[in-house]
Ligand binder design. Structure first.
Ligand code: FAD
Length: 286
């Protein structure tokens, strides 16, 4: 099913999970473990499982294998992510053809982070270039990324929203957001988008915190405000792994409850390839 159908036909909030190809491609057990974790979460009837893409394209084969298995073994609609910053037009064309031949209907079109060495391909400078290309060259349904607290490289929040609107005007069907820990940022972001006539579904990205280290890593990678109460609690209990996971589940459950009450069309979970927290959150919610 394509994204437009998924979000327009569902009479309940649409559930989606994000996974990444295990880093060690030689270690097949990590891949098997990923599918064990996903089979635990399958009982909540996710409509979509998205698979991240390394900006350097290093894990393209593993991504394709995971995508195929999600579709054929789990019977769930997969959505590959694709970043354009480090690749050229010819590679993108081949990739689109490959996934369409595999029967994939959806793609999350991204720019990707600019490589630290500053070397990148100039065929596609921004995600909007990729959205335009995909809409011209394929019949894929396209999702894009949105940033409730503004993208870290953006000149201003206003310009970031303007470029998001451009991605939508070029044919995006859904926006998935970067993780956030304060729902006010998401609600205000949706409000700003609606005022700009961005009317497609905006799906919040939820990361259940499991450790203080993980939180530090995530927040160093993107511009995210962490409420003082969350930082203080995690700092205080940083050595108690079980407490951290339990608190992370409670926190994310509360976040999801509020978001559902605010009328979101779905929830997108950053699973980090583990089922425990998402399983607990969904059993609390459903
Ligand atoms: P864009 O929409 O192109 O925006 C990038 C920056 O450029 C923004 O600051 C924007 O304001 C600015 N901009 C956009 N258009 C223009 C223009 N025409 N002129 C001037 N400035 C402009 N990364 C990965 O490597 N792999 C993944 O699988 C992955 N999955 C993700 C999933 C989600 C849901 C999210 C939220 C992010 C994901 N990322 C992933 C991270 C993403 O690649 C980075 O945040 C990247 O820096 C920006 O990508 P984008 O598609 O949002 O870029």
């Amino acid at each position: 099913m394509n994204l437009r159908e998924i979000y327009s036909k569902s009479n309940r909030p649409v559930l989606s999970y994000e996974v990444f190809p295990p880093k060690d491609d030689i270690d097949a057990s990590k891949l098997e473990q990923l599918f064990i974790e996903l089979s635990v979460l399958k009982k909540y009837n996710p409509s979509l499982i998205s698979v991240t893409y390394g900006a350097g394209g290093s894990n393209q084969n593993e991504s394709l294998e995971i995508i195929t298995r999600i579709k054929d073994e789990l019977g769930v609609t997969p959505m590959p992510h694709f970043t354009c910053v480090s690749t050229n037009e010819s590679n993108i064309k081949t990739y689109l053809k490959t996934i369409e031949q595999l029967g994939i209907e959806n793609i999350l079109a991204l720019r990707g982070d600019i490589p630290a060495d500053g070397r990148f391909c100039h065929d596609f400078k921004y995600a909007s270039d990729l959205v335009k290309y995909i809409k011209n060259k394929s019949s894929l349904s396209v999702a894009v990324a949105g940033y409730p607290e503004c993208h870290k490289d953006a000149a201003s929040f206003e310009s970031d929203l303007r470029y998001l609107k451009e991605k939508v005007a070029l044919g995006a069907d859904v926006i998935y957001t970067q993780l956030f820990f304060d729902n006010n940022h998401f609600i205000s972001f949706v409000d700003k988008c609606r005022k700009l006539n961005v009317n497609i579904p905006i799906i919040p990205g939820i990361l259940p915190v499991t450790s203080y280290k993980q939180l530090e890593k995530m927040t160093s990678m993107c511009k995210v405000d962490v409420p003082v109460s969350l930082v203080e609690t995690l700092e205080k209990h940083s050595s108690d792994k079980d407490y951290m996971k339990k608190y992370g589940v409670e926190y994310a459950t509360c976040q999801c409850q509020q978001l559902l009450e605010s009328g979101v069309k779905g929830l997108h979970f950053y699973t980090l390839n583990k089922s425990f927290s998402v399983n607990e959150i969904l059993s609390n919610l459903l």
